[in-house]
Design a protein. Structure first.
Length: 314
């Protein structure tokens, strides 16, 4: 079934540091749900105005414009509840925390309309999900990648959603991830402070971008060196797309199994990166008390650690 999408009217105020960037590139980076080709189409159709005037896709910003973007009505698929089992870590009237399995997409997208976490949440929570992020993402405040496992929070009402989103915005939520990466570390811990933006050559990928990227900080701790690999804990200070994967690759420690940011082929028959969202801590929107929840490492991850430990000891 289909339902009408709403027309989006978006105003973007350009900052001076964006001077010289092509307008199609700028808009596609600011509005992550719209591809660069889609933005170019809307520019060609006259749906993008710079200070009230139509421009071309190759228009370069001066750093002080006001951009009005009108996205016409689209037909979007109606998202339906589906009885998909959930590993519930915690639940009350305001929030629900799920231990997401490997391979599950968080919210509907082309190719994944009825097998996502959102479909499962709609079945489990009925109409009790926040609506702030629209019909495609009810209850969803943040996301983790399809092949990343672990704790993710969803909100059952808009008050809770805004309260959690504000904590995410000011980086006060505790988020600890566990990963297996290539190459041993000489140090016991460290910090990667490097801005992340869209890869200019491949919009599906992210990259370190010191000129146009957004600040991104990852604190890492070495739990165990395992021969050619290492078992690490990463705590996010910020939460950019693919942050841990990009940051660890940038310092010579790409995640094992990562088919996007690692050139090496895994010998362990993995599906995607070995990354697990192990700890999620936040101030509860109703009680205002700090709560922290964890999810045990998945079986494939624990088995892989044992294999690497055995290889190391031989």
């Amino acid at each position: 079934m289909l339902q009408e999408g709403k027309k989006a009217n978006i105003v973007l105020e350009v900052d001076i540091e964006d001077k010289g960037i092509r307008i199609d590139k700028y808009i596609s980076e600011e509005l992550e749900d719209y591809s660069r080709s889609r933005v170019q189409k809307e520019i060609d159709n006259g749906n993008v105005l710079v200070d009230g005037k139509v421009v071309k896709a190759n228009y370069k910003l001066t750093g002080k414009e006001t951009i009005n973007v009108t996205i016409p009505e689209l037909i979007v698929p109606e998202i339906l509840p589906k009885d998909i089992p959930l590993d519930i870590v915690y639940e009350d009237d305001d929030v629900i925390l799920i231990n997401k399995p490997k391979g599950m997409v968080v919210h509907p997208a082309p190719g994944h309309i009825d097998d996502t976490l959102v479909n499962a949440l709609m079945y489990h929570c009925k109409d009790n999900l926040s609506g702030i992020n629209g019909v495609m993402r009810p209850g969803i405040v943040h996301r983790i990648d399809r092949d990343t496992t672990g704790v993710i929070i969803a909100c059952k009402n808009d008050v809770a959603h805004n309260f959690i989103a504000e904590q995410l915005a000011v980086h006060s939520i505790t988020r600890k991830y566990y990963a297996i990466c290539y190459n041993q570390f000489k140090e016991e811990e460290g910090v990667v402070d490097a801005p992340i933006g869209r890869n200019p050559n491949d919009r599906k990928k992210m990259a370190i971008d010191k000129k146009n990227g957004k600040r991104a900080v990852t604190h890492y701790k070495v739990l165990e060196n395992l021969g050619k690999y290492a078992f690490i804990e990463c705590q996010l200070e910020t939460g950019r797309t693919h942050q841990i994967r990009v940051h660890m690759a940038s310092i010579g420690h790409p995640l094992l199994g990562d088919e996007v940011y690692c050139k090496a082929k895994s010998n362990f028959n993995l599906t995607g990166q070995t990354l697990h969202a192990g700890v999620f801590g936040f101030i509860h929107p109703r009680t205002k008390e700090y709560m922290e929840f964890s999810a045990e490492l998945p079986e494939y991850f624990k088995n892989l650690l044992e294999i690497l430990r055995n290889k190391k000891d031989k």
